[in-house]
Design a binder for this molecule. Structure first.
Ligand code: SAH
Length: 266
């Protein structure tokens, strides 16, 4: 019996797939890829005999049928999802069906688009004294969002927020976050379109200018919205690299109580 490998394609740039992901693509007999978002140049890694299907044109049943048919002929299947498959990848429903059919599967992680967006912006999403949490979320679309996770309620934390699948709702994002009281019109915000692709666009501004940023660029999809003071200029230095801080690897210049040298104190 063959197997099904769920593979993270990375955010778009062909050289941002993992070495393992590339190897699995090279070995694949059947490839089912998310045509709406995966860079088609990644298909060049497959062998000539590989049969490819664009899942954008298929239902869940049709995807599973193709997997089951290939595996029964002892063929290797790659299911290629954009970014990392664990985020908005709809892999759970496929995995449960494969389990019921007794088909072996595994997951090869990928570089999520939010990591590529942070790289494009040149930022660290977790800055000491500013935010040590990243909330990855989305607005409701065809897929619902639990009421307890409404962006407005998540906003009370004032942490770094990354919005997937919401680039057409910039007014709502700004209004919800500002009304939470944890962000202001001046809170830094950015839109990153097609992070890591040749067409990448990076727009920086504030919650107050999000709308006009999108209007002037015409961006409505394949973009992430990042919000938070980590996009600004204020932060504290890390403890890890402070001269007076001792760790298991480095003796600090001043005497630091042992209790302060725990690994968690990064
Ligand atoms: N699993 C993917 C997300 C799939 S959901 C990941 O880890 O990145 C699809 C949404 O992801 C898009 O609507 C967009 O919001 C975002 N997205 C995917 N690729 C992107 C890219 N290269 N640049 C910016 N946003 C991207």
């Amino acid at each position: 019996m063959g197997e099904v490998h769920f593979v993270g394609a990375g955010p778009g740039a062909v050289d941002l797939i993992t070495l393992r992901g590339k190897m699995l693509l090279e070995r694949a007999d059947v490839l089912i890829y998310t045509g709406s978002l995966v860079n088609p140049l990644l298909l060049d890694f497959t062998k000539e005999t590989c049969v490819t299907h664009n899942s954008a044109c298929l239902t869940l049943d049709e995807v599973i049928d193709r997997m089951a048919e290939a595996v029964s002929r002892d063929l290797e299947v790659v299911r290629l999802h954009t970014g990392d498959p664990s985020l908005y990848g709809a892999i759970r429903e496929q995995i449960d069906r494969l389990n019921r059919l007794g088909i072996a599967w595994d997951i090869c992680p990928g570089v999520s688009s939010f990591c590529a967006a942070a790289a494009a912006l040149g930022v660290e999403l977790t800055l000491p004294s500013v935010s040590q949490s990243v909330i990855i979320t989305r607005y409701q679309g065809h897929t619902g969002v639990p009421a307890s996770e409404s962006p407005a309620s998540l906003a009370v934390h004032g942490s770094t927020m990354v919005f997937f699948l919401s680039a057409s709702l910039l007014d709502t994002i700004a209004a919800d976050l500002i009304s939470s009281g944890s962000y202001s019109v001046d809170t830094p915000a950015a839109i990153v379109y097609k992070a890591s692709w040749a067409e990448q666009k990076v727009l920086r501004g504030t919650l107050g200018t999000l709308h006009e940023m999108a209007q002037s660029s015409g961006i409505t999809k394949t973009a992430l919205v990042l919000v938070g003071k980590v996009l600004g200029t204020e932060y504290a230095l890390s403890r890890l690299y402070a001269p007076d801080f001792s760790t298991a690897y480095r003796q600090g210049s001043a005497s630091v109580p042992k209790a302060d040298t725990k690994k968690e104190d990064l």
